[in-house]
Design a binder for this molecule. Sequence first.
Ligand SMILES: Cc1cc2nc3c(=O)[nH]c(=O)nc-3n(C[C@H](O)[C@H](O)[C@H](O)COP(=O)(O)OP(=O)(O)OC[C@H]3O[C@@H](n4cnc5c(N)ncnc54)[C@H](O)[C@@H]3O)c2cc1C
Length: 485
Amino acid sequence: MKKVAIIGAGITGLSTAYTIQRAIDKGQDIDYVLLEKDSRLGGKICTERTSDGFVAEGGPDSFISTKPWIFELAKKLDCEDRIIPSNDELKKTYILIGNKLRMLPDGVMMVVPTKIMPFITTDLFSWPGKLRMAMDYFIPKKREPGDETLASFIERRLGKECLHRLADPLVAGVYSSDPETMSLQATFPILLDMEQKYGSLLKGTFTSMKGRAKAQHGPSSGPKRTLHMSFKGGMQDLINEVVKALDKDKILIGADVQKVDEVEGEDGSTTYRIHLAGGKTVGANAVIFASLAHETANLVTGIDKDLAGILKEIPQISAATVSLAYRKSDVKHDFKGFGFLVPLGEGYKIKGCTWSSTKWSGRVPSDDYAIIRVFLGGSRKQELTFLSDDEMKAVVKSEIKKIMGIDAEPVNTWIFRWPNSMPQYTLGHLDRVKKIDEYVACHPGIFLAGASYRGVGIPDCINSGTKAAEAALSYLAGKIEPAKV
Ligand SMILES: Cc1cc2nc3c(=O)[nH]c(=O)nc-3n(C[C@H](O)[C@H](O)[C@H](O)COP(=O)(O)OP(=O)(O)OC[C@H]3O[C@@H](n4cnc5c(N)ncnc54)[C@H](O)[C@@H]3O)c2cc1C
């Protein structure tokens, strides 16, 4: 029987395994093994739940609802009822400018204001800044083709102040990236399309608003849709549901893959030998690398040095989160809102803070408590990720005191570090991905999937894992198609 090996059991590898498991359940004669080096499954999706009722997210705390793949997966897993909306009646986001939390005006879509009155009355922008943003209406579109950094695009269309006060903290926050190096084509192609189609972001956003409003209301069945959504027990719910649907005998945890070799059979067919730490090997007819680009590079060096080289060109950076639970009676703050973001250059180390127990229901034992989550690191402050626990707590405590006036001791603290593990889509990213596709196509039976290539968000990872599994199944059924990451 032909066998697929999947390397990495984050959400990408788990979605891959689930697609193959379903094919087996439907009668396809195939085997698989899921190899995970860690002692747990889920990769960056990692929720800690305490017995006294706190829920702290280590990695992602939500997913964007405008992409269908997580809903499709939840439907197949019969766990749609575990998906929850954010508490949008309390939706207010603040940006820290000049030591003051200023409310993000109502109606900002991505980086484009869509409502006139909130834009006129906001103190987030100066009058010259507002006028410069409105100039977008008249600035001609760029004619030269090719990629551009996010910073260059925003500055060109909406001005420097919009870049600093809005795009940098809001948009770059999603990727933990530096807008000065981010590829617009790879991260926000929609902004590029709007410029090309409508000649202006303001015009484009107004025109697309109707369609978007419809999408946010979502289908008539299933959970109520908000832009960001989560799971009742935290994002780990999704992992638990996928794992439940897999055959436990096909999952190897603590299986640290060291390298993969290509082996030519006497009949001309190619198979793969996967070497694990400790000396064990696993044979497979196809291998799906659901590990990040750098990790994959180390594993494929023996197969294709050029592929390994280009995988290494996708930078990976470090970040950390610190969650703090407070007894509300110890704190003067009302936590009314979803939190705040800190633009670069405002003199703070932290990047932002989510007021998690306001944004999501079920994150604290009772209304007497609040939990917040602070972000550190990212492409411009990676060194903070490597502070000791005490140093990190001291930074967070002192800045939260300055910004929110909270001086109380938290009743609980959780620290999660993600060293060298957030892929960056820098200028020219899509060209690199195209080249990776070309190299991979030279090795029938090899497939790459995950956050390093065509989307870092969880829905994109699910889509990527599912597609890789489908391509591997077709390949093993004798229908050879070029592999795409
Ligand atoms: C702090 C933080 C907040 C985030 N917030 C959001 C958010 O709110 N919404 C959102 O959509 N996304 C968010 N993301 C991004 C999202 O979490 C990730 O892009 C996604 O989870 C990546 O999934 P993955 O399976 O591709 O990779 P990973 O989760 O990194 O999984 C890769 C797996 O491969 C394993 N592996 C690697 N090498 C080997 C080897 N040699 N042998 C065996 N196993 C190996 C690793 O141990 C790991 O388990 C966030 C990320 C972080 C860090």
